[in-house]
Design a protein around this ligand. Structure first.
Ligand code: SF4
Ligand code: SF4
Length: 435
C-alpha cells in the first residue's frame, strides 16, 4: 500500500501548479460549473455560517469568512479555463496569479474555518452547495502538501492501520475483549453468515466504549444475527476530510472486504457523521459490488422498537433535554425525525432546539476541524452560538447521534465551564430498555 499524504512547510511553484491543475480538472463538471456560475453575491450565506457569525460577534469582522468567498479562487480558475472572457483575460496577461500567501489563505478558509456543514447551502437562493466547492479546494491543497499537519498524520495512520488513531487489528481485538468482559456482554467477531455487521469508529473505541457495549446489548436483546469484523473495523474515512476520492476508496476497501467475508446484508454504523455520509452515499458509487444497506445504529434501534423486539420503559433523562442534530447525518443525510422521536422517548422534559433539524448549527468541530490544532480557536468561538441557543431553551442534557459532535460539545462545554451533560442517543436507548 503506497498511498500516503505529504505535509510540507514550504510552498514551491510546483506545489502551486499541482493545486491549480487539480482545481482545473475538478471544475470541468456540469454540476460544479453551475455552482461557480450561479453566485449572485447576495451575501445570505454569511449569516448561516457559524465561523463567520461567531467571528463577527467576538468583535473582529472577517468578511472573507462569507462562504461565497471561499470558492472565489476556484471560480477564477474555472473562468480562466472555461469561459471566453476568462481566456481572453489570460491571453492579455491578466490571468489568475497564485502566490504562497494565497495558498495559505485557502487553507485557512477551507480547512480551519469550514466544517463542510452544508448550512450555507440551505439558505442560498441559487442552490449552491458550497461544501462541494470547499472539498475540491481541500483536495487540491492536500495533493500540494498543504493540508493541515494533524489531518495528514491521521490520514497516514488510517492508510497504514485502518484507523486515524492508529488502532491496529490487535489493539482493536483487545479493546473489544475488554469491553465484553467489563460489561459482561457478548460481542461476536468475524462470525460467518451474519446478516448484520456492526462497524464502529476510533472515537467509540477510545473515548466512548460504553456506546459499543450498549449497542451490543440492544442487538443481543433483539436476537439479531450480527457480528463485528477484524477487517471492517472502523468506518471513519479521512479521505472525506481531505476531499480525496482516492483515499476514500482505499479506506473503503477494508469495509467492503470485511462485509463480504461475513456475508453481511446490512451495515449498522455507529454514531458518526462523516463516516455515515461515506458509507451510505459515497461508497455505493465507488464500488461496483457494494451491495449493502447502511443503517445508522439509532435508526436500527427505532425499527426494533417499532417491531417490539426491544421495549423502552424508562425516561432516563430527568432534566431538560434537547437534541443536537448532526450536520452529516441530519442535514445532509436526512435523518432528523427518528432521532428526535427517540430523544423524546427517553426524556422526561424534551425541548426542541432553537434551530431545528436541517437548520441546526454545527458543533463547530466537524470536517476534521476538531483534530486540526490550527483551527481550535475558531471552533471554540463558534461554540458561543451553541451556548446562546442552549441557554435560551434551558437545556441541561444535550443529546447527540454523532460521536464527533459528542466529543466537541463536551470539550467546549468544559472549556467554557458549562455543566451541560452531553449524551449519546444509542447509550440512552440501551439505558431506557426494560430489564
Ligand atoms: S459549509 Fe458550514 S462551515 Fe463551511 S462555509 Fe458553509 S456554513 Fe460555513
Ligand atoms: S447565498 Fe448563494 S448566491 Fe448568495 S452569496 Fe452565498 S453562495 Fe452566493
Amino acid at each position: 500500500m503506497n498511498l500516503t499524504v505529504e505535509h510540507k512547510e514550504n510552498i514551491s511553484q510546483e506545489d502551486i501548479n499541482i493545486f491549480y491543475e487539480f482545481c482545473k480538472k475538478s471544475v470541468d463538471n456540469a454540476e460544479i460549473a453551475s455552482y461557480l456560475e450561479a453566485c449572485v453575491r447576495c451575501g445570505l450565506c454569511f449569516e448561516a455560517c457559524h465561523f463567520a457569525v461567531s467571528e463577527n460577534i467576538s468583535g473582529k469582522m472577517k468578511p472573507e469568512l462569507v462562504p461565497a468567498y471561499k470558492a472565489d479562487l476556484l471560480r477564477d480558475i474555472y473562468k480562466e479555463n472555461y469561459t471566453i472572457l476568462g481566456k481572453i483575460k489570460k491571453a492579455l496577461g491578466f490571468g489568475v496569479k497564485i502566490t504562497p500567501e494565497k495558498i495559505k489563505e485557502q487553507k485557512f478558509l477551507v480547512y480551519d474555518t469550514c466544517t463542510n456543514c452544508d448550512r450555507c447551502a440551505r439558505v442560498c437562493p441559487m442552490g449552491i452547495e458550497t461544501p462541494k466547492l470547499t472539498s475540491i479546494v481541500r483536495g487540491a491543497l492536500s495533493l500540494a502538501g498543504q493540508a493541515p499537519e494533524d489531518l495528514v498524520n491521521a490520514t497516514n495512520a488510517a492508510l497504514e492501520t485502518g484507523s486515524p488513531f492508529g488502532i491496529d487489528k490487535e489493539s482493536y481485538l483487545q479493546i473489544l475483549t475488554d469491553i465484553s468482559k467489563n460489561h459482561d456482554i457478548q460481542i461476536p467477531i468475524d462470525k460467518n453468515n451474519s446478516e448484520y455487521l456492526y462497524i464502529t469508529t476510533s472515537l467509540d473505541l477510545t473515548q466512548f466504549q460504553d456506546s459499543i457495549a450498549k449497542a451490543a446489548k440492544i442487538f443481543n436483546r433483539a436476537n439479531l444475527n450480527w457480528t463485528m469484523s477484524s477487517i471492517a473495523r472502523e468506518g471513519s474515512n479521512m479521505g472525506v476530510f481531505l476531499g480525496r476520492k482516492d483515499i476514500q476508496k482505499e479506506l473503503g476497501k477494508r469495509i467492503l472486504e470485511g462485509a463480504k467475508k461475513v456475508g453481511a446484508k446490512y451495515l449498522i454504523y455507529a454514531e458518526c457523521g462523516h463516516g455515515y455520509q461515506f458509507l451510505r452515499y459515497v461508497a455505493p458509487n465507488l464500488f461496483e459490488d457494494w451491495d449493502f444497506e447502511v443503517i445508522l445504529v439509532d435508526e436500527l434501534a427505532y425499527k426494533l422498537i417499532n417491531e417490539r423486539k426491544i421495549n423502552l420503559n424508562k425516561k432516563v433523562l430527568k432534566q431538560t433535554a434537547t437534541l443536537h442534530y448532526s450536520c452529516q447525518i441530519g442535514r445532509r443525510g436526512g435523518l432528523t425525525q427518528i432521532p428526535r422521536e427517540l430523544t423524546k422517548m427517553v426524556s422526561e422534559n424534551y425541548v426542541d432546539s432553537i434551530d431545528k433539524a436541517e437548520k441546526n448549527l454545527c458543533c463547530g468541530g466537524g470536517g476534521g476541524v476538531v483534530i486540526n490544532e490550527e483551527a481550535h480557536e475558531h471552533m471554540q468561538k463558534a461554540f458561543l452560538l451553541k451556548i446562546e441557543q442552549y441557554d435560551k431553551v434551558g437545556a441541561k442534557n444535550i443529546v447527540t447521534y454523532c460521536a464527533n459532535c459528542q466529543f466537541v460539545l463536551d470539550m467546549n462545554s468544559k472549556e467554557y465551564n458549562r455543566d451541560y451533560q452531553i449524551k449519546s442517543l444509542i447509550e440512552l436507548i440501551a439505558e431506557a430498555m426494560e430489564d
